[in-house]
Design a protein around this ligand. Structure first.
Ligand code: IVH
Length: 689
C-alpha cells in the first residue's frame, strides 16, 4: 500500500483508539476529559477518513441498514474484528456490577450539529429524500443525563436498562423503581402487553448542589456536574442510597410497543403523558425548520434559568411514516438531529499564573482567575499545560481571557482579549527553581521538571495522593486536598503513615467531624485488601502505568519475586523496554523503598491473588442451602482455588447461585435478578471434576 494510504490508516486507527478511550471515560466511568464539541469533531473526522479509506479499497456498504445487520457486525476494515466507534454507541458496559440485558430495540444515538447552516441542511436533506415541500418537527430540550429504557409489561414496570453499548445495557430496575416520579404501574384500565420507553435519567441542579454539600461534609467524592451525579447514583448497588438522591426520568420515545404506534412524535409524547409517565418537559411542535431554529435560540437564552441542565435541542421529523422512510444509519437516525448549544464561555481576568508541581516533577503553569460562574460552576483556575501553550495563546498576567467549560470538562482558556490590554500586563516566566523544594529545573521537550523525586514536598504529596487514588489503592476520601492537610499538619509524610492515622488525630483537624473521620478510616481499612497490580501502580514507579503494573503482577504473581528480579528478567517481558526495566529495578532496590514496602505489609496491606488459571476465573458464585458433598466453607475454598470469588450474598454481578437442600431467600433474590441458578450436582460436574 502507498505511503499516503498508510498514513490514512494510521490516523484512522489512532482516532478509533482515542475515541474508544473517550467513550469509556464518558459512558462507563462518567468522567469525560474532553468537551462534547471536541468529541464530535473527532468522530466526524474519523467518519470522513473511514469513508475515504473504504472508497479507496472498494468497500461500499459502509452504512448497513440497522434491520439487516447488527451493530456489532463489523466490516473487515484492516481485518479488525471489533467495530469502529463510528459504528457503535456508547462504551462497553461495566460488567462487574450489574447484569447485562438486551434492549427490546437498539438504542440509537444522534448526530450532533452546532450551526444554523447545518440545521438548514438537515431540513433540506430530509425534504429532498421524502420529496416534500414542507416538513413539521417535534422539538425538545436535549436533557443532559443518561439514557434508560423502561419496559412495562401489561402495565407493570418490569425492567429498566441503561443504554450501555446500544444493544445491551446494565439492568438497574431496582434502582429506577425507587425514583418517586417513575410509576411502577401505567395509568389506565387497559394496559398494553408491552411498552418500552426511552428516557433520560437526570438530577435537578438544586438536588445536585445539595448532594455535593453532603458528599463534601462526609469526605466523599463530589460530583463534577448533575449528569455525573445521576450516573454515579444510578450505578449504586444499594438502592436505598438512590432513594435519598433525588433523580428524575423524563421519557421522549417509544422503543417497542405491542399496540398500534401513534402516527406522530407529538402523539407519542401525548401517549406517554396519558400513561402517567413523566415526559420530556417543554417539548414543542414546530411548523417548519425556522420555528425549530427559533426554539433553539430561545432555549439557549433560557438554559441558565431552567431547573436542570440541557446541552442543546433535539429536532425530530414529526411524522412516523416519514421517519420510517428516512431510515437510520448504523447508530443514528436520519430523521432526528441534536442541535447543540455553544459551549459555555465567560470572560474573566488572569490574576496570576502559578506553577503546579506534578507527581513526576513536571511543572504545569496554571492561570488563577478572578472567580467567574460558567454555566452554574464557579471557575477560578485553568490549566495552561506548558510554556508552548502560553506562547501560543500569548497570555500574560492581568489579561482578560475567555474561559470555556463544555459539559464538565476542566475549564480552558480559549482566547486572550488583547484589545482589553492596558500595558500593565506582565509576561510569565518559568522560574529557574522548583517552587516547592528550590532545586534547579531541567528542561525536557516542552516541559520543565524538578528531579528531586519524593524529597520534594510537592511531589511527595502528589505521590501519596496517587497511592490513594481510585486506580491505585483506592482510598475514598483521601483526596489531594486531604493529603495536603495531613502533610501540613505532620500526620502523613510517607504512604505507610496513612495506616497509622487515628480518629483522635483527625478530629483535631479543621473540618473533621465524627462521620467524615469514620468514613475515611473505614475506607483506609478496606483498602488494605488490595491486588498486586493496584499496589505496583500505587508505588508511582516511573514509566509504570496501570497496564505495565498489570503485566508485572501477572508475570511475577507475588511481590517478593518482583522485588528480587533482575533487569534481564524484566527485559524478557515483551512490553517492557530497557528504560522501564531500569526504573522498576532501581525502584525496588532502593533501601528506603524496601523499608517502606515492609512497613506497608506490616500495617496489614495484603494482596488478593488474582488467579489467572482455573475453571472459574473471574466468576462470582454464591452458595445457598445445605450441600451434600462438603461444607459451604469447603466449597468456597474450592471456588477460590479455581480462580473464582465466593460471595456471601447475591448481587447484580453474581454469575451463579449454587443451591443445595433447603435453599434460603438467596434463591428468590437470584430469581429476581435473573441470575443463573445451578443445582449442586450440575455445578460440581461442570466445574469441579
Ligand atoms: S432522541 C433515536 N430526545 O441525547 C433518537 N435524545 O445522542 C434518540 N437525549 O444520549 C434520542 N434528551 O439520550 C432524544 N429529548 C431528547 C433527548 C435525548 C437527551 C440524549 C439521548 C442521547 C443523546 C443523543
Amino acid at each position: 500500500m502507498k505511503t499516503n494510504d498508510n498514513n490514512l490508516e494510521k490516523r484512522i486507527k489512532k482516532l478509533q483508539k482515542e475515541i474508544k478511550k473517550h467513550n469509556q471515560l464518558y459512558y462507563t466511568l462518567g468522567k469525560p476529559v474532553i468537551s462534547d464539541l471536541e468529541y464530535d469533531k473527532l468522530l466526524k473526522e474519523l467518519a470522513t477518513l473511514e469513508s475515504e479509506y473504504n472508497s479507496k479499497i472498494g468497500v461500499t456498504t459502509l452504512f448497513p441498514d440497522f434491520e439487516k445487520k447488527s451493530l456489532f457486525e463489523s466490516l473487515k476494515v484492516f481485518g479488525q474484528t471489533k467495530p469502529s466507534p463510528t459504528r457503535t454507541v456508547g462504551a462497553p458496559i461495566n460488567k462487574t456490577q450489574f447484569s447485562k440485558v438486551a434492549h427490546t430495540a437498539p438504542m440509537l444515538s444522534l448526530e450532533s450539529i452546532t450551526t444554523k447552516e447545518e440545521c438548514l441542511k438537515f431540513d433540506a436533506d430530509c425534504k429532498k429524500k421524502l420529496g416534500v415541500e414542507s416538513l413539521d418537527y417535534m422539538v425538545e430540550p436535549k436533557l443532559d443525563g443518561l439514557s434508560v429504557e423502561l419496559v412495562y409489561e401489561n402495565g407493570v414496570l418490569t425492567r429498566a436498562v441503561t443504554r450501555g453499548d446500544g444493544l445491551y445495557g446494565e439492568e438497574v430496575t431496582s434502582n429506577i423503581k425507587v425514583i418517586k416520579t417513575v410509576p411502577c404501574n401505567l395509568k389506565g384500565d387497559n394496559p398494553p402487553r408491552l411498552l418500552a420507553l426511552r428516557g433520560e435519567i437526570i438530577m435537578h441542579i438544586a438536588d445536585f448542589q445539595a448532594l455535593n454539600k453532603i458528599q463534601a461534609e462526609s469526605g466523599k467524592e463530589v460530583f463534577a456536574n448533575p449528569r455525573n451525579a445521576a450516573s454515579g447514583s444510578i450505578r449504586q448497588l444499594d438502592s436505598s442510597i438512590i432513594a435519598r438522591r433525588k433523580l428524575h426520568v423524563y421519557c421522549y420515545k417509544i422503543l417497542t410497543y405491542s399496540e398500534k404506534m401513534p402516527d406522530t412524535d407529538e402523539k407519542i409524547i401525548e401517549l406517554i403523558k396519558n400513561f402517567g409517565v413523566p415526559y420530556v418537559p417543554r417539548a414543542k411542535h414546530c411548523a417548519g425548520i425556522m420555528d425549530a431554529i427559533n426554539y433553539h435560540i430561545e432555549f439557549e437564552k433560557k438554559r441558565d434559568s431552567l431547573e436542570y441542565e440541557i446541552d442543546g435541542v433535539v429536532i425530530n421529523v414529526n411524522r412516523i411514516d416519514y421517519q420510517e422512510k428516512l431510515g437510520t444509519r448504523t447508530n443514528n437516525p436520519h430523521w432526528a438531529i441534536a442541535y447543540k448549544f455553544e459551549p459555555r464561555k465567560e470572560i474573566t481576568r488572569v490574576e496570576n499564573i502559578v506553577i503546579q508541581v506534578g507527581r513526576t516533577g513536571v511543572m504545569t503553569p496554571v492561570a488563577l482567575l478572578k472567580p467567574v460562574e460558567v454555566g452554574g460552576v464557579t471557575v477560578s483556575r485553568a490549566t495552561l499545560h506548558n510554556m508552548d501553550e502560553i506562547a501560543k495563546l500569548d497570555i500574560k498576567i492581568g489579561d482578560y481571557v475567555r474561559v470555556q467549560r463544555a459539559g464538565d470538562v476542566i475549564p480552558k482558556v480559549t482566547e486572550v482579549l488583547k484589545e482589553r490590554r492596558d500595558g500593565d500586563e506582565q509576561v510569565f516566566h518559568m522560574p529557574l527553581k522548583c517552587p516547592s523544594c528550590f532545586s534547579l529545573l531541567e528542561k525536557e521537550d516542552v516541559f520543565y521538571r524538578c528531579l528531586s523525586g519524593i524529597s520534594c514536598p510537592a511531589q511527595l504529596k502528589e505521590s501519596i495522593a496517587h497511592y490513594a487514588s481510585k486506580g491505585a489503592c483506592d482510598i475514598e476520601g483521601l483526596s489531594d486536598k486531604t493529603v495536603e492537610q495531613f502533610y501540613d499538619e505532620g500526620l502523613v509524610s510517607r504512604f505507610s503513615d496513612i495506616y497509622n492515622l487515628k480518629k483522635e488525630g483527625l478530629l483535631r483537624l479543621e473540618g473533621w467531624k465524627d462521620k467524615k473521620a469514620d468514613n475515611l478510616l473505614n475506607a483506609i481499612e478496606r483498602s488494605k485488601n488490595t491486588t498486586l497490580d493496584r499496589f505496583i501502580f500505587a508505588m508511582g514507579i516511573r514509566n509504570v502505568g496501570k497496564h505495565i503494573a498489570n503485566i508485572l503482577s501477572e508475570k511475577f504473581l507475588n511481590l517478593e519475586r518482583l522485588m528480587s528480579c533482575s533487569i534481564e528478567e524484566l527485559m524478557e517481558i515483551k512490553e517492557i523496554g530497557p528504560e522501564t526495566a531500569q526504573s522498576i529495578f532501581d525502584f525496588f532496590n532502593k533501601e528506603n523503598h524496601k523499608e517502606e514496602i515492609k512497613r506497608l505489609l506490616f500495617s496489614g496491606v495484603s494482596f488478593q491473588n488474582k488467579k489467572t488459571g482455573g475453571k472459574l476465573v473471574g466468576k462470582k458464585i454464591v452458595f445457598t442451602g445445605v450441600l451434600s458433598k462438603m461444607s459451604r466453607k469447603e466449597a468456597e475454598k474450592l471456588v477460590e482455588n479455581e480462580g473464582g470469588e465466593a460471595q456471601a450474598n447475591v448481587s447484580n454481578d453474581t454469575d451463579f447461585l449454587v443451591i443445595g437442600e433447603n435453599p434460603g431467600s438467596k434463591l428468590d433474590d437470584a430469581r429476581k435478578k435473573g441470575i443463573k441458578i445451578l443445582i449442586e450436582k450440575e455445578f460440581f460436574s461442570q466445574f469441579m471434576e
